[in-house]
Design a protein. Structure first.
Length: 167
C-alpha cells in the first residue's frame, strides 16, 4: 500500500494513502478486500476528484476550516470549467461515490409508471365495454425528477478512510 503512495504521480495525494494506512493500523479487524478497493479507487482518482468529493462530503467531515465551500472554489482551485467540474461529478457517480436524487427515486417513479399503466388498461377496458356509460377519470402521472448530486454511503466511508476524519 505504501508502494502505491511512492508511485503516485500527484504527490499531494500521498497524505491520503498515509491516512488510509493509519486507519488500517488502528482497526482491530480488517476486511482486506475493502481496503484494496479503497486503495484501488484512490489510485484511480485525481486531486480534482478528491476535491469535489470533499465538497460533497463537507457536511459529514469534522473539519473546522475548509477552503472548498462551493463548486466555484473547485473551479478556481483547479482552473477548470463548469463542464469539466460536471464531468468529474459524473465520473464519481460511475464509481459509486456520488449519486443523484434521480437515481434514488427512480424505483419509485417506475412503480408510479407501472400503476398508471395498470389504471390506463382498466380505463381502456371500461370504455371499450358497450355496457358501461360512466367512465372514471384518469389520474395524471407526476414523476419526481431531481438531478441534484449527493454523496453515497460508500463515498462517506471512503472519505472517512482516506481523510482520517470521522463522518
Amino acid at each position: 500500500m505504501l508502494n502505491n503512495a511512492l508511485d503516485e504521480p500527484q504527490k499531494e495525494k500521498i497524505e491520503f494513502f498515509i491516512n488510509g494506512f493509519i486507519n488500517i493500523a488502528q482497526c482491530e479487524t480488517i476486511n482486506e478486500d475493502f481496503v484494496l478497493i479503497f486503495y484501488d479507487l484512490l489510485r484511480e482518482l485525481r486531486l480534482v476528484d478528491l476535491t469535489v468529493l470533499k465538497l460533497y462530503g463537507r457536511y459529514y467531515l469534522n473539519e473546522e476550516n475548509t477552503d472548498i465551500n462551493s463548486y466555484d472554489d473547485v473551479l478556481i482551485k483547479h482552473n477548470i470549467t463548469y463542464e469539466q467540474y460536471n464531468l468529474v461529478r459524473r465520473n464519481l457517480v460511475k464509481k459509486g461515490i456520488l449519486t443523484t436524487k434521480t437515481d434514488l427515486i427512480l424505483e419509485k417513479d417506475l412503480k408510479a409508471i407501472e400503476e398508471s399503466i395498470k389504471e390506463l388498461q382498466k380505463y381502456v377496458e371500461l370504455i371499450t365495454n358497450p355496457k358501461k356509460s360512466n367512465y372514471p377519470r384518469l389520474k395524471s402521472l407526476k414523476l419526481k425528477y431531481n438531478n441534484r448530486f449527493e454523496i453515497t454511503r460508500f463515498g462517506r466511508e471512503f472519505i472517512e478512510f482516506i481523510i482520517n476524519t470521522k463522518i
